[in-house]
Design a protein around this ligand. Structure first.
Ligand code: DGL
Length: 273
């Protein structure tokens, strides 16, 4: 495997850019091909079978780009399709749940952990499974917060309406005495300050995007896959692909990434069956 090949990163749309952003920050010498399935989002309300089908098409597309590893930068796709994706390719595949669960189970003091995410992620029980694999004694309290994805995509990040909605969802976790909360959806790290305000200073917030980028660095080291040449000369540094109109994606990306995206290509992802 060519260690100067890009990392393939995908999500149902723009949310995975929070993971891409962390990879850019923590692994600035790595190249990346990002795919956002903007035509078929959201994944959070779709069935497992559909999320698996979409994910495998994307993985087949990423393979055509010669990627050296794949990051499933979507909590829902990780929860519903990680095993199937791993069976499809012979390169390292990393989801966003494992690293976050590992950190959460290590930092909790009272063993009571909250997880917020899409309906698909929470109902899959994958965070609970992962957390219990690190510590079978932890108590896990999941809460689906389906309205938050739309609020983030409207860029209502510091709006009282968003605060109200977060508070309403968090009410269900109020009497659970959690001391750790996993922001288990790609969009929620952008609402970190709102969750901080609602959950209070004493609750540790775990950001899967940050933890996954850290784990990716370790994984690349282990497989001797760290880019070892001048990244600019190895090929295009960052490439972005979507399945629907690129303009909205570009606007969102440019509002959160540390640099301006110049080009986003639209492709027919249904052709990768
Ligand atoms: N990217 C999804 C996740 O992290 C949220 C958006 C969606 O439902 O597609 O679960």
């Amino acid at each position: 495997m060519n260690c100067n090949a890009p990392i393939g990163v995908f999500d149902s749309g723009v949310g995975g850019l929070t993971v891409a952003r962390e990879i850019m920050r923590q692994l600035p010498d790595e190249r990346m091909v990002y795919f956002g399935d903007t035509a078929r989002l959201p994944y959070g309300t779709k069935s497992k079978a559909t999320v698996i089908r979409y994910s495998l098409q994307i993985v087949r597309f990423l393979k055509t780009k010669g990627v050296k590893a794949i990051v499933v930068a979507c909590n829902t796709a990780t929860a519903q399709a990680l095993e199937e994706i791993q069976a499809e390719v012979d390169i390292p595949v990393l989801g966003v749940i494992g690293a976050a669960a590992k950190v959460a189970s290590a930092v909790t003091k009272n063993g009571r952990i909250g997880v917020v995410g899409t309906t698909g992620t929470i109902e899959s029980g994958m965070y609970t499974k992962a957390l219990k694999s690190f510590d079978p004694n932890v108590q896990v309290y999941g809460k689906a917060c389906p309205l938050l994805v739309s609020l983030v995509e409207e860029q209502w990040l510091h709006d009282w309406v968003t605060e109200e909605v977060v508070a309403r969802y968090m009410k269900d976790l109020e009497y659970k005495s959690i001391d750790t909360l996993i922001l288990g959806c790609t969009h929620y790290p952008l609402l970190r300050s709102v969750f901080r305000k609602v959950a209070g200073e004493d609750v540790v917030l775990v950001n899967p995007a940050y933890e996954t980028a850290r784990e990716l660095g370790q994984l690349l080291e282990e497989h001797r896959l760290r880019c070892d040449s001048d990244v600019e000369s190895a090929g295009t540094k960052y490439e972005f692909f979507v399945s629907d109109a690129a303009e909205k994606f570009c606007d969102f990306a440019n509002s959160i990434l540390p640099y301006d995206i110049e080009q986003v290509q639209q492709i027919n992802i249904e052709g990768y069956d």
